[in-house]
Design a binder for this molecule. Sequence first.
Ligand code: NAD
Length: 263
Amino acid sequence: MDLGLTGKAALVGGASRGIGRAVAMALAREGCSVAICARTPDALDAAAQDIRQETDAEVLAVKCDMASNDDIRRFVQDAVTTFGKLDIVVNNAGGPPMGTFESLSDDYWEHALAQNLMSVVRTTREALPHLKRSGSGRIINVTSVAVKQPIDGLMLSNSARLGVVGLAKTLSRELAAEGITVNNVCPGNIATERLISLIEQRSKELGITLEKSVSAEETRIPMGFLGQPEDVANLVVFLASTQARYITGTTIQVDGGSTTAVF
Ligand code: NAD
């Protein structure tokens, strides 16, 4: 299948490692130029170099905190200045910390909302004039299966990400006439540093080894194993493609069957 991605320009948030890095790599393999960001330049530059080496794609690395409006504006502007256009936006950032309602102060709430909800609002706002010019603009938000089944102990994630789903659904209808699609991708248990550190935290609380904790997670997944970042990236690439022009306003999980909810 020709995905029609050759020559497109994409922007991927939080991409020095994990799902964001895999998405940027996969889009670059399909012929996109990619702008990636993270807060610390060392890991970011290394990721950019790896993507260039593996794909020959043009890669722009911008130091940017997705919780900062000024940084986001600069990130999007740098991408547009470098590539001369923008066709695809993948909204992604690190997940908020674990915590129950009574353990979380306003500072935690405000940071989670800035990083995981307002980042989507701000990046989309900044990118929108360019996506409109694209003729096949794509907005893809990396959220979590928590939007279908809230996960105990992840109060901030469960709350902020549902805002993204409401925003995306509403926006998909507002932008459909412009040929722009808006979709959410929901990772389940994907073996990234973020997931392993969450499992490690749980294993310490339960007083069991990390290996035991990982295999306990795996037994809860019908497919019996943790997903890889590429499993999520493959869906993002398809949603970014011209072949996905009629798919908008959806929220799709990549979870090996672990979500028991119907929708
Ligand atoms: P990760 O921690 O492995 O990678 C996150 C990337 O984003 C890194 O490159 C990091 O440097 C960057 N980043 C973090 N905060 C940032 C910020 N404020 N500004 C700019 N860059 C920032 O995470 P991951 O596992 O790849 O997850 C990506 C997203 O998917 C997260 O929001 C996570 O909560 C969500 N998610 C992941 C899983 C999973 O199993 N891995 C499951 C559900 C949801």
